[in-house]
Design a protein around this ligand. Structure first.
Ligand code: ADP
Length: 577
């Protein structure tokens, strides 16, 4: 994914989070006004519901508890219980708090939404009085026995949605409300039904409020979880300057612990650019700014791109500001490496070209045959070497382009004698240096392997020329190989050169990666060699390459090759004769 795509993706995520956040806020506001609406519609227990001003599960529960107790008292019933509809299970199920029932009895009281008195009341939305529960065919004998029910009244729990003028705009039946056993052997009468219906309306409003509250809690938890695990940092500052949300990635930017919510942003954020951005957002509603900040995290420099936006409520009034922090360190580094690469490639192309042109011009101008045949031979040989160098570079570039395009370099597998191959490469490389002693430490009877000969040559040549290049003071270079087990051979190329710093060890195989210090900078290179080598070892041969190195002591590059590459073993590729 390129940078622009990544950024667009982030903006999309950000917009989603913003919408979610705004929706959650709006729902909390709705919730806060809901119990009051319910109360205004009811007369009997108005005061009770109005008391439910602060939306919290504890408050809802206390209100419901008082409600069932009051219903019991007003109706002179021994037991009062809600049964709520569970659409997933298709059941009506008793829920606490109830009056006169034990917890076990509540748990056991459940029926199919189509059965019995409860089912009928729920379906028809009309109340029912049962004068003799034992003989009435519609009652569940199991429940009658469990709760010692003699008689009962059951009304639907209807949730009414009202508009601002208190007109009912929607009705939904969410369950039923039961009162069992009129005290002192009495019977329920129509007046009891009317009373119970009125109270059921309040109860329904409270229950709906409680459900909404729970739903919002869950939604909020989910949202917080999503925000917390975002890769981008997210900071939400409320209009009053307090931090409403700050996910792990954002806390990392400022080196903060989890204890930040509710604090004023000026207390916890010490970055002046960010503070100014928040200030401008809160005071002047300035948004959409894009700034870059550089921070130290665990002693390493990180570059973040920061963008902000105003979070608005339904009424478009600003509620705060949200900021996204995107770590663009890698992107910046890549950009830097790419420009360094363009510079080195141009240089690498120009150097041999200059030499070639220089010597050809010299030879052309030599009309008087001033140069001896030996001189000429030397000039031609330099032109020859420089042409090879150009060809190698261009091949590397073409190969990289091919790998990038997802085409693997087509291998030609043969039976390869690593002993003779490595001997030849070592001989050629010996000619490139007078400072180094190159030791060929390969047993003559090393078993043959199936491999792409040219590519193994390329691997070895690359490692050897690096060994020479990065040990400018000379020293010993060794090519050693052995049979590791029945299926593998291992070889290494070691040098006594400048070595590779620890933090670069895993990165030298990356594209364009070069160790950047005064010693290495003196050596021309593109940072492509090892990237290609790794591809040749792994993708072409199913092998493995790794490096051990110590600065100032030297480096050893190891390669493990299977005697038969997986592509051949699995029959996708043939071995040529
Ligand atoms: P190049 O040599 O063109 O820069 P390579 O991909 O071959 O690119 O190597 C990447 C980097 O790894 C080099 O720039 C150098 O910093 C480091 N490196 C490779 N081989 C050696 C070595 N034998 N000793 C020390 N450093 C090495």
């Amino acid at each position: 994914m390129n940078w622009e795509q990544a950024y667009r993706e982030l903006l999309k995520q950000y917009n989603q989070v913003k919408t979610e956040y705004e929706r959650a806020i709006q729902r909390v506001q709705e919730l806060e006004s809901q119990p009051r609406n319910g109360a205004s519609a009811a007369a009997a227990v108005k005061a009770e519901v109005v008391a439910t001003d602060v939306a919290s599960p504890a408050n809802y529960e206390a209100t419901l508890k008082r409600l069932v107790r009051q219903i019991g008292a007003i109706l002179q019933a021994e037991k009062v219980v809600f049964m709520l509809h569970d659409p997933e299970e298709g059941e009506l199920r008793a829920y606490p708090p109830a009056y006169g029932l034990t917890e076990d009895e509540i748990r056991l009281l459940r029926v199919r939404a189509t059965q019995g008195i409860s089912g009928e009341v729920f379906r028809e939305g009309k109340p029912i009085i049962v004068h003799d529960a034992i003989t009435d065919p519609r009652t569940s004998k199991e429940h009658v026995a469990m709760l010692h029910i003699r008689n009962l009244v059951c009304v639907p729990l209807i949730l009414e949605k009202r508009d601002e003028e208190n007109r009912v705009i929607d009705r939904q039946t969410i369950g039923v409300l039961h009162a069992f056993n009129k005290q002192r052997g009495g019977h329920f009468i129509d007046e009891d039904v009317r009373l119970l219906e009125r109270m059921a309306r309040n109860a329904a409003a409270v229950i709906a409020g409680m459900r909404l509250y729970q739903a919002i809690l869950e939604e909020k938890e989910e949202l917080v979880h999503t925000i917390e695990s975002l890769r981008a940092g997210l900071l939400l500052v409320h209009h009053n300057g307090r931090v409403n949300q700050m996910n792990a990635a954002a806390r990392r930017v400022f080196g903060l612990g989890a204890d930040v919510l509710g604090k004023n942003y000026t207390e916890i954020l010490n970055n002046e650019t960010i503070r100014a951005m928040i200030r401008a957002a809160l005071e002047e509603e300035k948004e959409g700014e894009l700034v870059e900040i550089t921070v130290q995290i665990d002693g390493k420099e990180h570059i973040y791109q920061v963008q902000n936006a105003i979070v608005r409520g339904e009424d478009q009034k600003p509620m705060g500001t949200v900021m996204i922090f995107n770590d663009i360190t890698d992107i910046r580094n890549l950009e830097r490496m790419k420009s360094a690469f363009v510079a080195t490639v141009s240089h690498e192309l120009r150097t041999p070209l200059t030499a070639i042109k220089g010597f050809i011009s010299t030879l052309l101008m030599d009309s008087e045959d001033a140069f001896t045949p030996e001189d000429r031979r030397e000039f031609y040989s330099i032109i020859d070497q420089e042409t090879d160098r150009l060809t190698r570079l261009i091949n590397d570039l073409l190969n990289i382009a091919r790998i990038e395009a997802g085409e693997s370099l087509k291998p030609i597998y043969k039976h390869v004698d690593f002993y003779s191959l490595s001997k030849k490469v070592v001989m050629i490389q010996r000619q490139a240096t007078t400072k180094h002693t190159i030791i060929h430490d390969v047993p003559e009877d090393l078993p043959k392997i199936v491999a792409d000969e040219d590519k193994v040559d390329q691997i070895l040549t690359n490692l050897l020329s690096n060994a020479i290049k990065y040990s400018p003071n000379g020293g010993e270079i060794r090519v050693k190989a052995w049979e590791e087990d029945a299926d593998h051979i291992v070889f290494y190329v070691s040098d006594q050169g400048m070595g590779i710093p620890k933090e670069h060890l895993s990165r030298v195989f990356e594209k364009f990666h070069r160790v950047d210090n005064t010693d290495t900078r003196k050596q021309y290179g593109t940072g492509l060699g090892l990237y290609l080598v790794k591809h040749l070892v792994e993708a072409i041969h199913g092998g493995h390459i790794w490096v051990e190195s110590e600065v100032g002591v030297g480096s050893t590059f190891y390669v493990r090759l299977p005697k038969i590459p997986p592509a051949v073993k699995e029959g996708q590729e043939q071995v040529e004769k």
